[in-house]
Structure formats: structure tokens, C-alpha cells
Design a protein around this ligand. Structure first.
Ligand SMILES: [Zn+2]
Length: 348
């Protein structure tokens, strides 16, 4: 079968779509014919190589995919051949102190399919039963593949970690990206007044379409100044930041006294300086968030499947053009998710 893969970390050119041995379903595994996958920034970081990440090569990337079950390994109980499924990329031990306290995303052995373990951008994959969720009939494959990682991540950030309440104000950075477009919709659904940033008028219109009450072009305005002005210098209760880098201080500056900043990533840089006096003086909380628990994923995907939340797809490519997908992500072209489909399933 064919799979997206690379034998070395590096630039986009290391990514190929080549033959690889067919996967085998071991005990507890489910064999899935992939109909669509989706790219995340995580795929770019993993391709470039992360500190402490020592992968067996060649590595098949990809954390998001959906497809049809073709075979189940020994002891699989929840799925049978013909079932429609999507991948939940998070894997945990179930036995450590944090798992036992119901916090699987804090597991000491937390692993993500496509990052620490072989991923799912291939014609066929063998995935542990625990890493699959059911996809109802009527949900298209692009939506099923593109939703889990970003909607799960955004739901945990906004609902669980930031504990956003109706009537609160929230600022979502990068509203046109995967996590951003999910966070805007979830914050709107939670009954908050939503501020969103994006880099072009088209992206701002999109942010308003999906629930932003205020859209700020960060290319032409200082977004923290804009937020402070529009809130009568008060600032917002919550900032959802997946950007980091130069935005970090402006995110802190956008917060009201007692405000919460929730972060799940740092695509623009992970080592910004933090003005500690602002943190203690204004009594701010900085909250980290990673992925989602199986229960959180169930909650948010139910609302994706029923159409409450929209998964925006910016482009669908054959897997052999995954390099182009990385380019779209790295150059921040367009908005929404980049979907990749096995070449044998791709019909343009
Ligand atoms: Zn654990």
C-alpha cells in the first residue's frame, strides 16, 4: 500500500508518498481503510523534528484521519467491519497517577499518533480501538477527518481549562486557523462575546460568519490596543492563544484583571519573554492545554456531526501532494483545514 512518509527530519522536500508494507491488526487494533486525513501544524513540527523526539524511520505522519473498518484484531469489542470511524490521536497508559485521576491528557506516557507513534496518512492503518470514534452516516469524510484534533483541542481549552462562562468576553487569536476557527465557534456557543483576530478582510468576514462579534485585523492594527479600546480599557476575560511568539505579550495585555490566558501551542515561537509584574499585578492565570480527553472529544464531535459547528476545509489534496499541504500551512495561505486523500480515493 501507499503511505505518506519520510526517512529524515527536515524541510518539506523530505515528504514522499511511497509503497510501504500493509499494516497488520494486532490484539486490540482495528484495521481502517482511510478515506481522508487532515493536516495539523503538528505535522510540520514533527517533520522538522522536535527536541527529545526519536522516531523510527521511515515515519508515517498524520494525526487526523477517517475511514471504514475492514478488519478487527483480537479482543476488539466496540467496532466491526464496515463501521465508519475517525481517529482520536491521543494515547495514554491508563495506569499512571494522572490517568487514574481521570486526566488522560496529562498522562506521563502521553503519546500522539503521527508524532510519537506511526501516523495515519496512508491507504490503510492499524489503530488501537481506544483511538477510534464512531462517525455517523451522513457526515462526509473531509469533516470526519478534519474535526477531531482541532475541535477536541479547542473544546478542552475553552470549556474545560478556561471554563468560559456565558456573558464573558473572549479573544481568539488566528481565527482562520484550525484551532482558531473551532475556538471561535465554541466560545460563541458557550454564550461569550467573541473577539477574533485574522490577517485579511476575507478572513475577518469568515470569523464574523462563524460567530465573532468583533473581528480585528492584526496586520493593520495592534490587537491589544483594539481590544482595550472596544472594552473601555477593561480587556477580555479569556484569551485563546495558539500562536505564541510576538503575540504573547499582546495576549497578556488584552486581558482584564483576573483574566485567563489559555495556550495550546506556539506556532510563532515558544520562548517569548513574560512581563511578570503584569501577571501578578493584574492577577492573571496562564493555563496550558493539550489535546482532549475521550469524553471531551465525544462532546464536541457530537456538535460537529449534528452541524452545530462547521469544519472549514481550505483545500483537499491527494496524499502525493502532502508537500503542498505543508506549504499551505507554513505560509498561512487561505483558512480552515487542509485535507489529504489517498491517491486511489482522490477524484479531484
Ligand atoms: Zn497515564
Amino acid at each position: 500500500m501507499q503511505a505518506v512518509q519520510y526517512t529524515d527530519h527536515g524541510g518539506r522536500e523530505v515528504v514522499t508518498y511511497d509503497e510501504t508494507p500493509d499494516p497488520v491488526a494486532g490484539p486490540g487494533d482495528v484495521l481502517v481503510d482511510v478515506r481522508a486525513g487532515a493536516l495539523n501544524h503538528l505535522d510540520v513540527w514533527t517533520r522538522e523534528g522536535l527536541p527529545g523526539l526519536d522516531l523510527e524511520m521511515p515515519h508515517v505522519p498524520g494525526s487526523d484521519a477517517a475511514g471504514v473498518v475492514v478488519e478487527t484484531g483480537e479482543a476488539v469489542e466496540r467496532f466491526a467491519a464496515g463501521d465508519r470511524v475517525a481517529v482520536n490521536a491521543g494515547g495514554y497508559c491508563g495506569q499512571c497517577e494522572f490517568c487514574r485521576h481521570g486526566e488522560p491528557t496529562m498522562c506521563v506516557d502521553y503519546e500522539i499518533l503521527g508524532e510519537h507513534r506511526p501516523g495515519v496518512h496512508a491507504e490503510r492503518v492499524a489503530v488501537p480501538e481506544d483511538n477510534l470514534v464512531e462517525v455517523p452516516v451522513g457526515v462526509d469524510w473531509e469533516t470526519a477527518a478534519a474535526a477531531p484534533l482541532v475541535f477536541g483541542t479547542a473544546w478542552r481549552m475553552v470549556v474545560t481549562r478556561a471554563d468560559l462562562a456565558p456573558g464573558e468576553t473572549v479573544l481568539v487569536l488566528g481565527a482562520s486557523g484550525g484551532v482558531g476557527h473551532a475556538a471561535v465557534q465554541i466560545a460563541d456557543f458557550a454564550g461569550a462575546e467573541v473577539f477574533a483576530t485574522a490577517s485579511s478582510e476575507r478572513k475577518l468576514d469568515y470569523a464574523r460568519d462563524i460567530g465573532a462579534d468583533h473581528a480585528i485585523n492584526y496586520e493593520t492594527a495592534d490587537f491589544a490596543d483594539a481590544v482595550r479600546e472596544e472594552t473601555g480599557k477593561r480587556g477580555v476575560d479569556v484569551v485563546v492563544d495558539h500562536v505564541g511568539g510576538d503575540t504573547w505579550n499582546d495576549s497578556l495585555r488584552s486581558l482584564a484583571h483576573g483574566g485567563r490566558l489559555v495556550t495550546c501551542g506556539a506556532t510563532a515561537g515558544g520562548r517569548p519573554q513574560t512581563p511578570i509584574p503584569r501577571v501578578f499585578g493584574n492577577q492573571l492565570s496562564i493555563l496550558g492545554s493539550t489535546m482532549a480527553t475521550p469524553g471531551e472529544l465525544d462532546d464536541v464531535l457530537a456538535k460537529v456531526w449534528d452541524g452545530t459547528f462547521e469544519v472549514r476545509v481550505r483545500e483537499t489534496l491527494p496524499m502525493s501532494e502532502t508537500v503542498r499541504g505543508h506549504e499551505l500551512l507554513e505560509d498561512r495561505e487561505g483558512f480552515g483545514k487542509v485535507v489529504v486523500v489517498p491517491d486511489s480515493e482522490y477524484d479531484g
